[in-house]
Design a protein around this ligand. Sequence first.
Ligand code: FES
Ligand SMILES: [Fe+2]
Length: 368
Amino acid sequence: MTAILDHLNAFAAGKIARSHAMPGAFYTDPALLEIEKEKVFRREWICIGHADEVKTPGDYFTTDLVGEPLLVTRNAAGEVNVLSNVCRHRGNIVAEGRGKRNLHVCAYHAWSYDRDGRLVRAPLMEQVADFDAAACSLPRIRSTVWQKFIFVNLDGSASPLEGRLAALEPQVRNYHNEERHLYFEREEVWATNWKCLAENFMEGYHLDATHPQTLKPVTPTGLCERVPGNGFFSAYKAHYTPESEQRRPFHPDLTPAEQRYSFLFSVFPAFVVTYMPHLTVYLCLRPVDTDHVAIRWGIAGHAETIPAEALAAHVKFADDFNAEDRVKLETLQRGLKSRFYRPGPLAADDLEGTIRDFYDYMARLLTA
Ligand code: FES
Ligand SMILES: [Fe+2]
């Protein structure tokens, strides 16, 4: 534990060359994960889902983030709320799963909360002299919706997300993700560290070797181009081979150049997404433990409704390349535990520079 923190301190201070990968402990040390929960996942903006998951008032879903049960609702005014999903009576979990309802009734003693978390019914509590229902709302967690993605900041201390991403905005504006509709979403758990997946999604070096049939024919490694980040995000363009078919339909605002690449970006620490001309594929990551990551992922596009066969084809495309990544990342996690592993040099900036961007960010936060 001390060794990996020493390494991160030296990295943050510029005393270690930025040319090499991180030691295995970065991905395997349970003590480091506890620090990540406190200094990263509680303090930063974490994407927990897509706004279309709560499309109309009353829609809700539940999730958890580093041990915090969360309830996401859409209220009567059409706003997205992120509430603590823990009953203000004696601490039971209030809502489960997802669905549509205007009242969330705790199953233990039937205290009932509305979509804004206000306690509206508490059976027999009128017998208690100084009972104040207004003081028993579910705590509201700081949240924001950026390009239809729901972000939360558990400790309320992060600088505004919109400001952090202002430099990214012009790069992604023409895709009009805010007009895309959620086609599909699913949750999975993979047996790898959350950072392995965050890094994998953001580097084009593996595309040729890991995805020879699925991605290489359109977005080969050799055509990847890193886009400079600003410490809060990283990005790269996966340019399309000239002979590949145009992906459509796309928004008319997309420039001819933008029609010929996928724009992949990471909102640090744990949200990765690709904007293709015709589709969005995103992954919200949360650590389960050092060896497991929970992935809430989805696909969005421009059509209001999509035929079942077209949807099945999109899901199969994503499932196929995800399966290829999963195999590599689950074996990688085993390799990273070896005491013989010595971190090797990273590839060129266009291919693995985004990994360095991520190391800079993590080292900055973990050593703060
Ligand atoms: S713990 Fe929820 S009503 Fe008692
Ligand atoms: Fe991949």
